[in-house]
Design a protein around this ligand. Structure first.
Ligand code: SF4
Ligand code: SF4
Length: 482
């Protein structure tokens, strides 16, 4: 970036925050964090009063006591980081990823059947996008093998790939899961590549033998669970309406006791009346012993009975803050707290994520259903309207994939272009956008203030930790969230 003599310097696009007694800039076009020392603060302060030419800014900095060379160097650095910009620099759009972007993760929905009837389920509930009629209910071994081959062939250049098993209830097709682990491990090893596995389950079908298999094969486990019995049993019920807590509690304890090779995570869906985040966290983390607990508000139309209204979301945010404060105390002692909503965001900040899309769906991640239909992610599996092709009949339809990715690209979400949280949010989940607005490419504008508040909270944690216990951040070099 070269500034001419007549260029006017202005402040770039950033969000200022502080932590640990230091001030930082979150540089939006780069998705990067820049510490604001005295010199940077002086330059920012000068330009916040109005634009200045190079000579004018230099003169003001020298007048404030900065040596000439240091002021020159500072301006150069700030220009490079785009903390200051010139009027003749236009906003650079993020690049559109290439159509043959290599896959990293495949989510295999081994079955679309489930032994629970959770009312809010995105697969079976009132907002479902799946159209499973006439399709197989369980994936067969040919489709599964073809899926593994697809992942390995579509991930050139990746030394490690990942398979997540999903459902319906994943463990209703455990025999296939075992076969896939064996086949995929063999195929990846033959290519000199690493592969690892995870699964999501409602825990009702866990047995000692299954737990042993999961532990032996280092399979990461996420249990869908909504807290203590009075909260969990509100919506996570069997078809006869009976709650599932009593069935899963001993199984979850056995899982945590017996599976020692990977952390065990609980994933909580927050709904109207199930928003007591701190109590849920305490139960799952302290009483049951989960290593991590993550929360997500239910994805639904706002008029559903279980939807959380604005007031409810404010309450959720307040409780997130309580756990975030605790998280920070732990981090400063070098300990993991277990609130994964913070860890996931810290990991993205540490890795300097600057998203063109909200997640890897349709890009580095795809879902495949029992029929072999390929979807942007597990939530779109079995939906004819969102299918991107079929594993067995020609793979990905590149035109459909490009359409999905173009609509979801941040460049096409005009409402987000002035939002400082866009490097991390990028408009939010495609599936939620479809449920809310009928278009996967629509930004999720119903929760922007919430997202910005939460992102600011995580930035402040990041800043404080980087100032007072920077070694802790090393934990986040490799972490990925699904
Ligand atoms: S959806 Fe809202 S919070 Fe997210 S990037 Fe867009 S404007 Fe920002
Ligand atoms: S954020 Fe939404 S679209 Fe992306 S992978 Fe998750 S559920 Fe799918």
């Amino acid at each position: 970036m070269i500034a001419t003599d007549t260029s006017i310097y202005r402040l770039g696009e950033f969000h200022e925050f502080s932590g640990g007694g230091r001030r930082f800039l979150y540089l939006v076009p780069a998705g990067a964090i820049f510490e604001m020392d005295v010199a940077v603060a002086a330059a920012v302060e000068e330009l916040s009063r109005g634009g200045a030419t190079h000579e004018q800014l230099m003169a003001r900095l020298v007048e404030r006591g900065f040596p000439y060379e240091a002021a020159e160097e500072l301006i150069g650095e700030l220009l490079q980081a785009r903390a200051i910009v010139t009027h003749d620099v236009v906003r650079e759009p993020l690049e559109v990823p290439p159509a043959d972007f290599p896959l990293q993760s495949l989510v295999m929905n081994l079955t679309n059947q489930c032994n629970l009837s959770c009312q809010y389920c995105y697969e079976f509930g009132e907002d479902k996008v799946a159209t499973p009629s006439g399709k197989p209910k369980f994936m067969d071994i040919e489709t599964a093998r073809a899926s593994v081959d697809f992942l390995l062939s579509q991930s050139p250049g990746r030394s490690a790939v990942h398979i997540t098993f999903f459902g319906g209830e994943t463990l209703m097709n455990f025999p296939l899961l075992k076969q896939v682990v064996g086949y995929a491990t063999e195929q990846a090893a033959a290519q000199g590549r690493a592969i690892d596995f995870s699964l999501t389950t409602n825990a009702t079908l866990l047995t000692p033998a299954i737990i042993e298999f999961l532990s032996e094969n280092r399979i990461g486990v996420t249990v869908s669970m909504d807290g203590p019995p009075d909260l969990h049993d509100k919506l996570r019920v069997f078809a006869n309406g009976q709650g599932s807590y009593a069935i899963i509690e001993p199984r979850v304890r056995a899982l945590i006791q017996g599976h020692k090779t990977r952390p065990i995570t609980a994933r909580v869906t927050l709904t109207n009346g199930v928003t007591d985040v701190v109590r849920i966290f305490r139960h799952l983390k302290n009483d049951l012993g989960f290593h991590e607990v993550g929360f997500a508000p239910v994805t639904t139309s706002p008029d559903r009975l279980y939807a959380i209204g604005d007031q409810g979301m404010d309450g959720v945010l307040e409780q997130f803050h309580v756990l975030a404060d605790e998280y920070l105390e732990y981090a400063l002692r070098g300990e993991m707290h277990g609130f994964s909503n913070v860890s996931d965001t810290i990991a993205e900040l540490y890795q300097g994520v600057n998203k063109s899309h909200p997640c890897g769906a349709g890009l580095g991640l795809m879902g495949v259903g029992p029929s072999g239909d390929i979807a942007p992610c597990h939530r779109f599996v079995d939906s004819d309207a969102h299918a991107l092709g079929n594993i067995k009949t020609g793979g990905v339809d590149r035109a459909k994939q490009a359409d999905f990715l173009n609509r979801g690209h941040i460049n096409n979400k005009y409402d987000c272009h002035t939002c400082w949280a866009r490097p991390l949010c990028a408009g939010g989940c495609h599936h939620e956008a479809f449920v809310r607005y009928g278009d996967t490419g629509h930004p999720n504008l119903h929760y922007c203030d919430w997202i910005r508040d939460w992102t600011d909270t995580c930035l402040r944690i990041y800043g404080t930790v980087s100032a007072l216990n920077p070694g802790f951040l090393q934990y986040f070099a490799e972490r990925k969230a699904l």
